[in-house]
Structures are given as C-alpha cells and as structure tokens.
Design a protein around this ligand. Sequence first.
Ligand code: THU
Length: 159
Amino acid sequence: MKNGEVNIRYRILDEQELNEADHELVEAAKAATHTSFSPYSHFSVGAALRLANGETLQGSNQENAAYTTGICAERCTIFYANAHYPDSPVTAMAIAARQADGAFTPTPVSPCGACRQVLSEAEHRFGQAFRVLLYGGGKVYEFASAADLLPFQFTADSL
Ligand code: THU
C-alpha cells in the first residue's frame, strides 16, 4: 500500500494588496451580487470574469421556485461568456457573496462542486488555466488555476 497526498497552493491577500486589475475584478464580482435573484436562499453570489479579449463580464445566482433549476453565479457567468465570446479564453475570475443580512461573507466564498467542474472545463476548452479570486472578509484567496480547486477531476480524458 502507498499513501497519496494532494497539496493545494493558494495565496491569501488583503484586499488592499490586490493590483489594480484584480481589485477591479473583485469589485465587479461584489457589484454583481446586487443582480442576484435569490428569494429562497437569501444568499447573493456575484461573479466577474475577464476574457483574453479584454472584456469583463458579470453574473449572479438565479434561483427558481423549482429549486434545482436555478443556477450558481459562477456557471451563469461562464456560460454567458462562452455563449457570447466562444473564442475568447477566460484569464481570471472573481467571486463574492452576501448573506441574508446583506453583509459579505466573513471568509472567502467557496464555489460548489458543480461550478468547479464547469470552471475546469473552461480551462480545458481553451487549453489555458485562469486565476480564481475568492473574496470574503476583506481577504482574497488567489488560485493560479481552477484545476487547483478540483483535484481528481473528471475530464474528457476520463471518457
Ligand atoms: N451559489 C452560488 O451561486 N455559487 C456557489 O458556488 C455556491 C452557491 C448559490 C446557489 C444558491 O442560489 C445559493 O447560492 C445558495 O446555495
């Protein structure tokens, strides 16, 4: 028998330490929380991504009375980007969320498993990794690649 181990590297930054472009992207994710339609969970998630063509796009979680038909902010934003700019790779994505009291989460928000899978596909699709910035409590966790959030991922090679 052998033991395996997975190490995930990420940077923990104070919001103030972000460079101008990343600061703008995090602010865009925060702003996008205000377009969330979340009357059921009262959890407003916003995402913003930058494309290689320079566009910045925003999205948010969209809920439905038939709960499972709603969609998370991350998938909303990635699918929107791919539908409008199918040839432009994502270069960075930021995510933020506000709780029922309207305050941002006290710790950086963690994308759900399904969103991690979709973010990873967006990397494979263009053969290019992109950075992921998770905001909360004035801090940002920065991952070099969406793949870092999804070890042992299922890919086209798994089929
Ligand atoms: N949600 C997201 O938008 N992104 C995530 O990564 C986690 C969860 C949404 C889904 C649902 O509308 C609400 O947050 C509560 O789960």
